[in-house]
Write a protein that binds this ligand. Structure first.
Ligand code: C2E
Ligand code: MG
Ligand code: MG
Ligand code: MG
Length: 280
């Protein structure tokens, strides 16, 4: 057949592509199996602390993990992108949100007082038609106090869709949850619409934090972001805080919360339980 011939003609090229495609297909099948069987998928939790008193746990972020026998530990950046491309994202999303809600219930039943957990939403997760219904079902099924399940999204999700986004965000806010703009400063941010969005939090991207003390420009940007956030009554989070010097700079610019390897890496739910116990 013509297609077959075409392939043979460009064999070197297509063999390369095929190997690449083959790997993606194999990964896609593996991810589908992981979602169906619940094997290899888990969540890690990273603490967010007050910058004034870095002992005080304020909230946490849920970060997806996928461990596969052949592919090893796959980065969420890769498997979320794979899930988005292959139509698996909505079932993966349900799986992950249910895991978070079940974990919160588990902590509550253990007599701990869990802080709010932020779940990252990709574009398709955010725009799925029944997101609000799903969130409501999770709050009901797991009997979660309002506000315990919160969300993070990136600027690109809202690009050119501010009006419909306001509706979704407003509905989410009715669960009492925080909503953070993630990786703030790297996207297409149009500052003019920021004040119209019912957000609670800005998470300044790690790239700015890592250049603090090295690059005067990133300090100026940080100062501008915190100044603006104050006016808009938004909480400012610094992500990717790795050094004490960065923490000092962040305090200086009155960043509210810090998240990063300096104060706590993402850890399993079991390890996080120890952190709760130490807070009590
Ligand atoms: P993100 O939401 O911006 O998450 C922060 C990332 O920075 C995490 O990487 C975290 O482990 C890492 N990080 C935290 N502190 C530090 C630090 O001090 N230094 C450095 N170098 N890195 C730090 P991770 O877990 O690999 O996740 C990467 C991205 O994958 C996330 O970026 C998020 O966009 C996406 N992601 C993770 N879990 C989910 C999920 O459940 N759903 C969706 N849609 N996306 C997810
Ligand atoms: Mg995030
Ligand atoms: Mg982030
Ligand atoms: Mg980031």
């Amino acid at each position: 057949r013509a297609k077959q011939e075409g392939r043979n003609t460009y064999r070197l090229y297509s063999t390369h592509l095929d190997a690449h495609e083959h790997r993606w297909l194999a990964m896609e099948t593996a991810l589908r199996n992981a979602i169906d069987s619940n094997e290899g998928l888990s969540l890690h939790y990273q603490p967010l602390f007050s910058s004034d008193s870095p002992q005080q746990l304020v909230s946490m972020e849920a970060l997806a993990r996928w461990q596969h026998p052949d592919f090893g530990q796959v980065s969420p950046v890769d498997f979320i992108a794979l899930a988005e491309r292959s139509g698996l994202i909505l079932s993966l999303s349900k799986r992950l949100m249910t895991m978070v809600a079940a974990q919160l219930r588990h902590w509550l039943d253990a007599g701990l007082s869990p802080v709010p957990v932020a779940v990252n939403l990709s574009a398709q997760q955010f725009w799925q038609h029944d997101l609000i219904t799903q969130v409501r079902a999770l709050y009901d099924t797991f009997q979660l106090p309002t506000g315990l399940l919160s969300f993070e999204l990136t600027e690109s999700i809202l690009l050119d869709k501010q009006q419909p986004a306001i509706k979704v965000l407003t509905a989410l806010r009715e669960f009492g949850c925080n909503i953070a703009m993630d990786d703030f400063g790297t996207g297409y941010s149009s500052l003019s619409y920021l004040h119209q969005l019912p957000l609670t939090t800005l998470k300044v991207d790690r790239s700015f934090i890592q250049q603090l003390n090295e690059n005067a420009g990133s300090e100026a940007i940080l100062a501008a972001i915190t100044g603006m956030a104050k006016g808009l009554k938004l909480t400012v989070v610094a992500e990717g805080v790795e050094t004490q010097a960065q923490l000092e700079a962040l305090r200086h610019y009155q960043v509210d919360l810090i998240q990063g390897y300096l104060t706590g890496r993402p850890v399993s739910a079991e390890e996080f339980t120890a952190l709760y116990l130490s807070q009590k």
